[in-house]
Write a protein that binds this ligand. Structure first.
Ligand code: UDP
Ligand code: MG
Length: 309
C-alpha cells in the first residue's frame, strides 16, 4: 500500500522543512512520496525542497513557471502522484500531519474518499469564519452537488478516484465540487485546524473572490436560470403596475406621468439587466478558456519524469 502526499506551496519557506519532517514521522511505513508543488514562490521554498530531495528520495518537487493558483497546483500534484492513495494538504501546518494515520486507517477500512471537516474554532480569524460560512451557504444553494461546510483541500483519495479526476479535461478546476460528483464511498474526520505556523495567508481577498466565483460557476448552471426567474418576477410586477396605471387613468381621465416611478423602473431594470449580463459573461469567458485548450500550468523544473504530462 503506497501513500502519496501532495502539498501545494506558495512562499512557504519557513513551514516546509517542519511540514516535511512531520509527514515523514507521521507515516513511518508505506509513504511512497511527498510531492511539493511550488506554485511560483519568490522565496526559497523550491530550493529547500530540492535540497531535501537529495537526502530523501521520497521527496519530490514540481516547480511552476509562475503562480498559477492553489487549485491548479493540486491538479498538477494529483497528476504526478503514483501512490495507491493520494493525500492532499496545505503547507502551512493548518492541516495537522498527526491526522495522517487516521486518514490512512479509514482508507484501509475501504473508504475511497476520506474527507476532513474543519471544526470552527478560535484558531481561525472571524473574517475567515464568516466568509467561509457564507461561501458554503452560497455554494450549496446554487450548486448541483452538496459540499460540506468546513471541507478544505485536506483529504485522502483512493487511486480509483484520482484516476477519474485526472481524466477530466476541464480547466476550471474546483476540486471541492468535483469530489462529491465523482461519488464512491466517503467518510469524514473532524479536526481542529492549527494556526498557520509561519507567515500569513496566501489567499488574498481577490483570490478568495475569484475562488468563490469559480466554485459556483464550475459546479452549477443555476445562476443562468436567474435571468428567467427575474424575468418572471418583473413580468408579474409590471402587470400589476399596468393595472394600477389603467385604474388611475380611468379614474382621473388624463394624467401627468410621474418622473419618480419612471426613473425608478428604468434604473432597477437597467441594473438587473447588467447583472444578468455579467453572469452570462462569466460563463462565456469560461467557455472561451476551455475551448482555447491551453495547458492549465507550465512546469519549469521537477525531479519527476512524467510530471508534465
Ligand atoms: N497556495 C498556493 N498558491 C496560491 C495560494 C496558496 O499554492 O496562489 C497554497 C499555500 O501555500 C498553502 C495552501 O495553498 O499551502 C493554502 O493557502 P493558505 O494557507 O494561504 O490559505 P488559507 O488557509 O488562509 O485559506
Ligand atoms: Mg492556511
Amino acid at each position: 500500500m503506497q501513500i502519496s502526499v501532495v502539498v501545494p506551496a506558495h512562499n512557504e519557506q519557513e513551514n516546509l522543512p517542519v511540514l516535511l519532517d512531520q509527514i515523514l514521522n507521521a507515516i513511518p511505513t508505506g509513504l511512497h512520496e511527498i510531492i511539493v508543488v511550488d506554485d511560483g514562490s519568490t522565496d526559497d521554498s523550491l530550493a529547500l525542497v530540492k535540497a531535501a530531495s537529495y537526502s530523501d528520495r521520497r521527496i519530490k518537487y514540481i516547480g511552476f513557471s509562475r503562480n498559477f493558483g492553489h487549485q491548479t497546483a493540486l491538479r498538477a500534484g494529483l497528476r504526478a502522484a503514483t501512490g495507491d492513495c493520494v493525500i492532499t494538504m496545505d503547507a502551512d501546518l493548518q492541516h495537522p500531519p498527526r491526522l495522517l494515520p487516521d486518514l490512512v486507517s479509514k482508507w484501509r477500512e475501504g473508504y475511497k474518499i476520506v474527507l476532513t471537516i474543519r471544526k470552527d474554532v478560535e484558531n481561525l480569524s472571524g473574517f475567515k469564519r464568516l466568509t467561509s460560512s457564507l461561501f458554503y451557504k452560497l455554494m450549496n444553494s446554487v450548486s448541483d452537488v452538496s459540499i460540506d461546510p468546513g471541507s478544505a483541500d485536506f483529504r485522502l483519495l483512493d487511486r480509483k478516484v484520482v484516476d477519474v479526476i485526472n481524466n477530466l479535461s476541464e480547466h476550471d478546476f474546483f476540486l471541492r465540487g468535483i469530489i462529491p460528483w465523482v461519488g464512491f464511498p466517503a467518510t469524514k474526520i473532524d479536526y481542529t485546524p492549527d494556526q498557520r505556523l509561519y507567515g500569513s495567508t496566501k489567499y488574498s481577498l481577490r483570490k478568495m473572490i475569484s475562488f468563490a466565483i469559480t466554485g459556483v460557476i464550475a459546479s452549477s448552471v443555476q445562476p443562468l436560470r436567474l435571468a428567467t426567474i427575474l424575468a418572471l418576477i418583473i413580468a408579474s410586477l409590471s402587470a400589476l403596475y399596468a393595472m394600477y396605471a389603467m385604474m388611475i387613468f380611468l379614474t382621473y381621465g388624463r394624467v401627468v406621468p410621474g418622473w419618480t416611478s419612471v426613473a425608478l423602473v428604468v434604473s432597477v431594470i437597467g441594473a438587473l439587466q447588467l447583472f444578468v449580463l455579467g453572469v452570462v459573461g462569466e460563463y462565456v469567458g469560461r467557455i472561451l478558456r476551455e475551448t482555447r485548450n491551453r495547458p492549465g500550468y507550465v512546469i519549469s523544473q521537477s525531479n519527476i519524469d512524467r510530471a508534465g504530462e
